[in-house]
Design a protein around this ligand. Structure first.
Ligand code: SAH
Ligand code: SF4
Ligand code: F3S
Length: 457
């Protein structure tokens, strides 16, 4: 009887979910899905874990450091569970997939562990966990529930100006350092019609730009019956939707073909930006990484991109200290950076990962050598980024206004087509519009400008 009253009391007040996301944009997208699903169940999002009824942690396992951050957050949450035993703690994402039941054993205050193909099952498992007070790890091989929350008649969720849309899951590339194929499973492309339908729904709810997501979007379409490929998907999105901008990430250099490169020259909505990780500049290391291209192949793709679209912004991922990386190999990486002159570069220190083959490779690079190489590489890139940002001063760029700037003081924030962040004085009514902004100042991570004529383009 008492239990029933508690249940009623819980139902009659607003329920809150606190979502914390580690890792890549795939996780950002899954977290967005969770917020949408739980909004349908009556939950509101909160920034305060102490007032939440459900805490949802989306985890990343790509590097050792990422995994450690997850464990330290989970440790800190024990206190909240002690204070509020009715709190439900859910752990999803790649660490959840990697550890499954072991995570429940290690963290007795965790209620639900959700594998990377189990996001859709959350509302069901949450209800069960409340009714039966049962702890569970659910790691299905396939996404059984699909994207049901999208096609619910009564959407009680909102959409941001820039929204991610997953177009494929998993990865078949098996780069030797990488855990992703093991935790995200085999590559599966979503049918184009379903992607288009999702974009129609979110554009009606205010989205103006989509970020199409996949570990290797260039191989989109594999396994779909109608001979679909990524360039064709882009053309359909350009023609059939009301979006103003399309972006995508990530591209694998081995699969970047001329048909896709041509899209940068032809499609008006496609942003002039590509994220094209190269990982290393030495052919010997690239072969040991199982990347299937050489530094010369990579430079050739960059040259083709720049000839199709001269002002394209190029960003990439690179790592230092892969097993067997000599000083000479490292110099080849620096040389590639000097040649390409990336707009932005995400650089990492190699770490062994469970399942990944390179863990067993000989000639591990000492941590202090990795640290020195990373510092040197980042100093080189910081100078290039700043120099390229400074070249923007005096230009007028079209900016899609995303939100008010976190810094406040009447500043709005958005991005250029090339993916540079621009802050400028403006009013909140501009959110969701494309405006011309004249760039006045350049910093290492952003630009500052002013509205060129005060009106939307
Ligand atoms: N699918 C994307 C990358 C996803 S992982 C691609 O192929 O480009 C994001 C980045 O993490 C990788 O590009 C790589 O630079 C880095 N990374 C992956 N495994 C790593 C490891 N074991 N150690 C250090 N960095 C790693
Ligand atoms: Fe990992 Fe390579 Fe797949 Fe990217 S392409 S997710 S680096 S295995
Ligand atoms: Fe991390 Fe998994 Fe993404 S390991 S980078 S959250 S695919």
């Amino acid at each position: 009887m008492e239990g029933l009253c508690v249940e009623r009391e819980q139902r009659s007040r607003t329920l809150y979910v606190y979502v914390h996301t580690f890792g890549c944009q795939m996780n950002e997208y899954d977290s967005l899905r969770v917020e949408r699903m739980l909004a349908q169940e009556g939950y509101e999002s909160t920034d305060d874990p102490a007032s939440a009824d459900v805490i949802f942690i989306n985890t990343c396992s790509v590097r050792e450091k990422a995994e450690q951050k997850v464990f330290s957050l989970l440790g800190r949450l024990r206190r909240l569970k002690n204070k509020n035993p009715r709190l439900k703690i859910v752990v999803a994402g790649c660490v959840a997939q990697q550890l499954g039941d072991a995570l429940l054993a290690r963290f007795p205050h965790v209620d639900i562990v959700l594998g990377t193909r189990a996001i859709g099952a959350l509302p069901r498992l949450l209800r069960r966990s409340t009714e039966e007070d049962a702890r569970t790890a659910h790691l299905p091989e396939h996404d059984e529930e699909g994207w049901k929350e999208l096609f619910h008649q009564d959407h009680r969720w909102e959409c941001p100006v820039v929204a991610p849309v997953t177009i494929m899951q998993g990865c078949d590339n098996f780069c030797t350092y990488c855990i992703v194929p093991y935790v995200r499973g085999r590559e599966r492309s979503r049918p184009a019609d379903e992607i288009l339908r999702e974009i129609h729904i979110i554009t009606r709810k205010g989205t103006r730009e989509v970020l199409l997501l996949g570990q290797n979007v260039n191989s989109y379409g594999k396994g779909l019956a109608d001979g679909m490929n990524f360039a064709r998907l882009l053309r359909r999105i350009e023609e059939e939707t009301d979006l103003v901008r399309i972006r995508f990430t990530t591209s694998h250099p081995k699969d970047l073909d001329d048909e896709l490169i041509e899209c940068f020259a032809r499609l008006k909505k496609l942003c002039r930006h590509i994220h094209l990780p190269f990982q290393a500049g030495s052919d010997r290391i690239l072969a040991r990484m199982n990347r299937h291209y050489t530094a010369a192949d990579y430079l050739d793709k960059v040259a083709r991109l720049r000839s199709a679209c001269p002002d394209i912004g190029i960003s990439a991922d690179v790592m230092v200290g892969f097993p067997g990386e000599t000083e000479e190999d490292f110099q080849a990486t620096l040389e590639l950076i000097r040649t390409v002159r990336f707009d932005t570069l995400f650089s990492f220190r190699y770490s062994d990962r469970p399942f990944a083959k390179s863990g067993a490779f000989p000639d591990k690079v000492p941590e202090e050598v990795k640290a020195r190489r990373l510092t040197e590489l980042q100093a080189l890139q910081a100078a290039i980024t700043l120099e390229k940002n400074r070249r923007e001063v005096g230009r007028t760029r079209e900016v899609l206004v995303e939100s008010e700037s976190k810094a406040g003081n009447g500043q709005m924030t958005g991005r250029t087509s090339q993916n540079r962040i621009v802050n400028f004085a403006g009013s909140p009514e501009l959110v969701g519009t494309l405006v011309p902004v004249r760039i006045r100042e350049a910093y290492s991570h952003s630009l500052r400008g002013e509205l060129a004529d005060g009106s939307a383009c």
